[in-house]
Ligand binder design. Sequence first.
Ligand code: KG4
Ligand code: ZN
Length: 326
Amino acid sequence: MIVLGIESTCDETAAAVVVDGKEILSNVIASQAKLHEKYGGVMPELASREHLTQIGPVIEQALSEAGVTRDELDLIAAAQGPGLVGAIMVGLNTAKGMALGLGIPLIGVNHVEAHLYAAVMSAVEIPYPALGVVISGGHTSLLRVDGIGQYTLLGSTVDDAIGEAFDKVAAMLGLPYPGGPEVEKLARQGNPLPFKPGRVKERPLDFSFSGLKTQVLYAIKENPNKADVAAGFQETALQDLVDHVTLAAESFPCRAILLGGGVSQNGRLRELLQGAGLGLPLFWPGKGLVLDNAAMIAGLGYHRLQIEGPSPLDIPPKPRLAAFLS
Ligand code: KG4
Ligand code: ZN
């Protein structure tokens, strides 16, 4: 089954062609990061307009790189949410138009579930049950995963997502957007200041990053060494994540750990998790599948079609679509 995936939930316009949920024929991503950089974050209206300009050429490029014509497509998968409503509409409406015009099914896909699927897609086989760890700009979630589409939420953040905390700390330090990779770079030159991780009362698997952010704010006022502040924040946030992962993995007969979302490309996190002595295989998203992309949308779309059948052509964009409710 040849699937065209379309992603436009935030500031990447992306299209990809994937066969049977696994074999990536093309994976085209047009990033808008430069456009939003001077605002220190994504400007929703600008994002929607840029998606409109990019979506046609990006799809054309994905088809041509894959060597596939429109008539050969079997399914169109599009990210339905969560994300920015105007941005989602561009990709989703394009997908609807193509599905209608070509007479093939449409499937709406959950962007967060797709981040997790990126690790599954990159592996030969995943032993289940596994612990899913989604760490992106919008989500910080721990889940028990019993198979594709079978999730139990174990913990999530009560305030900022971990990637969002990286972006906000970067802004406080005067670093450009997106901040995660910039904080990681700066942290390498510093000696970590001792910050305290956030705790959520009686909910050990939930996260809180707002207190850590406040400590960073005060530290910047008192300590002119930005690298030490960056290193302190990163070390505290990532060690906190590793502690949560360890605890969650002990809460059921876990056989593997799946990671997904932008923060999973952080090199220090990879070191900390590998050194944590978990005794479980770690599955990371492969190259081109870590940040927002459409290959993960196309890949998951293939499986969701088997699980739930095609989506009606009038499915709405779901900016607040909850992750993993089904
Ligand atoms: O998964 P993603 O591309 O988009 C969302 O669905 O949010 O994740 C983007 C997030 C941003 O917050 C970005 O700062 C963060 O991932 N990020 C990182 C790194 N690279 C990207 N955070 C920490 N270290 C990194 N190297
Ligand atoms: Zn994402």
